[in-house]
Design a protein around this ligand. Structure first.
Ligand SMILES: C[S@@+](CC[C@H](N)C(=O)[O-])C[C@H]1O[C@@H](n2cnc3c(N)ncnc32)[C@H](O)[C@@H]1O
Length: 210
């Protein structure tokens, strides 16, 4: 059983060692009145907790360079910075998510670099500098499958060792996994997280072919 962590105030979650704010928290209310994400970056999605649980069980080396694609509020990025002292770059095409990332990083006393970019435009050498690339719930439309497959190919060709994606189990996500099996080692598993609540979904890890 994990250590009991008393929460400092209402509307805060504690999951995998980090504090996260819920919708009803006064800071989230204040952020929502100023910044309204428009591409589903509107909360911490369950897939972020799947990534945290998976990485807790399959940790990267301390101090790894990590890039999160489609970071939304950045919970998985903050987790990596906190748990593995990772040097994290959180990428999203929607600039309205970054104030949420900044607040989550601040309340957990970590640094996360943010970058506003469509992930389809990320270059291979830039991604390849990161040993680990993560993404939670980022393959939710059919038209995201090809760009994501191409970018994962570019990242691995340029040196990325692990790409870890989580998803509730939508058809485009499975299509992406299928598309990658020709070129890379692809391990797709059902997974569940237990903090702050139980959540079940899928995690895929893509590695360079041995
Ligand atoms: C469903 S949310 C998931 C957010 C976060 N990963 C989580 O699990 O809480 C999807 C995120 O991907 C971002 N996104 C969608 N398409 C993108 C693209 N082409 N490039 C970069 N970010 C993208 C959205 O802005 C949104 O923040």
């Amino acid at each position: 059983m994990p250590r009991l962590e008393r929460l400092p105030e209402a509307h805060i979650d504690y999951a995998y060692g980090i504090f996260l704010l819920r919708d009803k928290h006064r800071l989230i209310k204040a952020l929502k009145s100023r910044y309204q994400p428009t591409v589903h970056g509107t909360r911490t999605w369950g897939s972020a907790f799947l990534i945290m649980d998976y990485l807790a069980a399959n940790p990267p080396a301390l101090g790894s360079k990590v890039m999160e694609l489609g970071c939304g509020w950045g919970a998985a990025s903050v987790f990596c910075a906190h748990r593995f002292q990772a040097e994290v770059t959180a990428v999203d095409l929607d600039p309205a998510v970054f104030p949420y990332v900044d607040v989550f990083a601040e309340i957990n006393d970590v640094k996360v670099i943010t970058r506003c970019s469509d992930f389809a435009r990320l270059r291979g050498p830039d991604m390849g500098k990161r040993e680990v690339i993560i993404g939670g719930d980022i393959c939710f439309w059919d038209n995201l499958v090809s760009p994501l497959a191409l970018l994962i190919n570019r990242a691995i060709k340029n040196g990325t060792q692990r790409v870890i994606l989580a998803d509730p189990g939508r058809p485009p996500f499975y299509e992406l996994c299928d598309k990658l099996t020709d070129k890379h080692d692809v391990s797709l598993q059902e997974w569940y997280s237990v903090e702050p609540d139980r959540y079940a979904g899928e995690v895929v890890e893509i590695r360079p072919r041995a």
